[in-house]
Design a protein around this ligand. Structure first.
Ligand SMILES: [Zn+2]
Length: 183
């Protein structure tokens, strides 16, 4: 068991799963959220939030689970103090909310480049010796709070490039958009 106040709070709320939403202040598009495209499972071929259940190796720490999922799914490697920098709000509290029994962490990653994350994902998928948990994601894109892609092309009233977002991610983005402190 860890000694994070946040984790104790989540335990008292009956937290089971962990999801992590990352957002940034994009130079052209303002507030956007980063989502990874799932290869399989419930949300196959849809863009969704980094999510999973706690492993025994996480030592009952929700923050450790969040950090592990960020590394496996998006190739974002953080130390605990780096996690703090991205996830603590101006009042010093780790940003998170509950959706049913899932603790959803909310981290700000200004300057995080899409190309970097796409490259991480490609590297993971080419490196077949990695365990399967590193191979769950096939792509990464940015989305507005309403789940639309800022660069989706529309011809007439037909969306040509379509980026499907999972129902769970839409729920997370709706909750998250009221809790970011960008401006
Ligand atoms: Zn913890």
């Amino acid at each position: 068991m860890c000694n994070h106040r946040t984790c104790a709070e989540i335990t008292s709320k009956g937290g089971r799963g962990v999801a992590t939403v990352i957002y940034l202040n994009h130079t052209q598009h303002g507030l956007v959220f980063g989502l990874g495209k799932e290869r399989g499972g419930q949300y196959a071929n849809q863009y969704s939030v980094c999510a999973g259940s706690m492993d025994p190796q996480d030592g009952c720490c929700y923050i450790t689970t969040s950090m592990r999922e960020l590394k496996e799914e998006l190739g974002i490697t953080l130390t605990l103090s780096q996690f703090d920098q991205h996830f603590r709000n101006k009042f010093g509290k780790i940003r998170y909310f509950m959706i049913r029994k899932t603790a959803v962490f909310l981290g700000r990653f200004d300057g995080l480049s899409r190309a970097t994350i796409k490259r991480n994902i490609t590297n993971h998928n080419q490196f077949y010796q990695l365990p399967p948990c590193f191979h769950e994601i096939s792509d990464y894109e940015i989305f507005r709070a309403d789940g639309t892609h800022p660069e989706a092309t529309v011809t007439g009233n037909r969306v040509v490039t379509y980026y499907p977002v999972s129902s769970f991610a839409l729920e997370c983005l709706r909750m998250a958009s009221g809790r970011v402190d960008l401006w």
